[in-house]
Design a protein around this ligand. Structure first.
Ligand SMILES: Cc1ncc(COP(=O)(O)O)c(C=O)c1O
Length: 453
């Protein structure tokens, strides 16, 4: 007897029902219930008294079959991952957004989506984080590390000399809430027919000439994680306006197409389906991070206001140069950074600032392996299995990346707090002025918003 093929909706409903059955215990208690919720609540650090109250309140609840913490089945109810992706699309205005388990996952998906593989070279910055270059390697390609300018982002003047007939993409990385010189980078990319994959992991909320960092190239990748300005646990985000790139990234992130849009459909074109990973974002992380995403515009606005207030009162001193910017207004503004002219000067200024209680730091002449700097990351990148990856070797720019080494070690970061009041800002600027004036003379005011070019 021939049976009518069930509709997609029907099959999803059956799949959902089957999954629900598997989550309940024989006694009818939900698989995920009070104990799991209490475990989460403990992680919030509530007092014993509050935890007891929460437990009592939870006992009153009818838990039914308990929560089903998966990100699909969204025809029943919008999952938190779907809400996170929708929120990202609404905020950033891109056609597609993909929630992922980490920023590294987003980068790996992005490079695979762009078809980067053996023999392909991608230009990555000498300052950023090793995940950008290592994701190129994981995709099968070869990173070429390029020197940076004083903003610690890819120096467009150094890019062209690194382009070979194997180069297929550039991965500008707006580090530390800063911005890359995207006009120049995009111009080179267009001229040389290269993909642009932005690693905006550290700059979620920065804008370049009014456009969000991460939306300027073919794909933008973000880390939405606890150690970033925006993010509560671990998480990643990939943005693109290109449907084809989105579909490839989604497929690669999700078992090679298991949950692609046309879930039960056959492949329509050759090469549509290919082997993938599981970089799914967890529902719990999405529940947290969707809230973080919504807070992003407010957080960035407060930081920028604080930064502007501090800079208004900050003097301009010989031998102490504020870090220049490719778009001062658009930076995240969560720190003020400056370059002491010499390491000797930095070694005087930094401890003095810290002694006054200013939250600041630098690397200076300290030597420790740092996965954010080419000279250190290259050692890790080279230690990959040559049998499994492309025959080419990851390399630093043939001339080395001397400016990255110098700038990254010499820059001093003064951390700001988004909740600082006007008087706190003035006090911080006065503390900085006091220390700076001890070691150098004041310039006449030359303006507080230096730009690179
Ligand atoms: C520039 C940059 N890219 C990528 C990543 C990787 O993000 P995740 O830690 O979420 O994998 C980070 C994280 O620190 C980063 O700073």
């Amino acid at each position: 007897m021939s049976r009518k093929k069930p509709s997609v909706k029907e099959r999803q409903r059956v799949a959902l029902h089957t999954a629900w059955k598997s989550v309940s215990s024989p006694e009818g208690k939900p698989k995920v219930g009070i104990e799991e919720f209490m475990s989460l609540s403990e992680r919030w650090g509530f007092s014993k008294k509050t935890l007891k109250k929460i437990r009592e309140a939870l006992k009153e609840e009818d838990w039914g079959e308990g929560p089903f913490l998966v990100n699909y089945y969204s025809d029943v109810e919008e999952s938190k991952v779907r809400e996170y992706e929708r929120t990202a699309r609404e905020i950033f205005g891109t056609k597609h957004a993909l929630g992922l388990s980490s920023g590294t996952a987003a980068l790996h998906c992005a490079f695979v989506a762009c078809g980067i593989g053996p023999g392909d070279e991608v230009i990555c910055p000498a300052v950023g984080y090793v995940a950008t270059a290592s994701s190129v390697i994981l995709a099968g390609g070869t990173p070429v590390l390029c020197d940076v300018d004083e903003t610690l982002t890819l120096d467009p003047d150094r890019i062209e000399e690194l382009i070979t007939d194997r180069t297929v993409a550039i991965a500008p990385t707006p580090v530390m809430g800063n911005l890359c010189d995207m006009d120049s980078i995009l111009k080179i990319a267009r001229k040389r027919h290269l993909r642009v994959i932005e690693d905006a992991a550290q700059s979620c909320g920065a804008t370049y000439h009014g456009k969000w960092a991460g939306t300027l190239g073919d794909i933008g990748c973000f880390s939405i994680a606890a150690y970033k300005i925006i993010g509560g646990g671990e998480g990643g985000l990939l943005l693109t306006n290109d449907k084809g790139l989105y579909e490839r990234a989604q497929q690669f992130s999700e078992g090679g197409g298991l949950w692609r849009e046309n879930r039960f459909g056959k492949a329509v074109h050759e090469g549509e389906l290919f082997c993938g990973t599981n970089y799914r974002m967890s529902e719990l992380e999405a529940a947290l991070n969707v809230v973080q995403l919504r807070k992003m515009p407010g957080i960035v606005e407060r930081f920028r206001k604080v930064r502007d207030r501090v800079l208004k009162h900050l003097g301009d001193f010989e031998g102490i140069r504020l870090q220049p910017s490719h778009d001062y207004e658009g930076e995240m503004g969560y720190a003020i950074r400056f370059y002491p002219e010499t390491f000797d000067l930095g070694e005087k200024i930094v401890p003095d600032l810290q002694a006054l209680g200013v939250r600041c730091g630098w690397i200076g002449r300290e030597e420790w392996p740092d996965w954010h700097l080419a000279s250190d990351m290259i050692e890790v990148l080279k230690r990959r299995d040559p049998q499994r990856f492309s025959g080419l070797h990851p390399e630093r720019a043939r001339t080395g990346t001397p400016r990255a080494d110098d700038y990254y070690r010499r820059i001093v970061t003064v951390h700001l707090n988004q909740w600082m009041k006007a008087k706190d800002c003035k006090e911080l600027a006065n503390q900085m002025n006091t220390v700076f004036s001890k070691y150098s003379g004041r310039h006449r005011d030359r303006g507080k918003k230096p730009t690179v070019r």
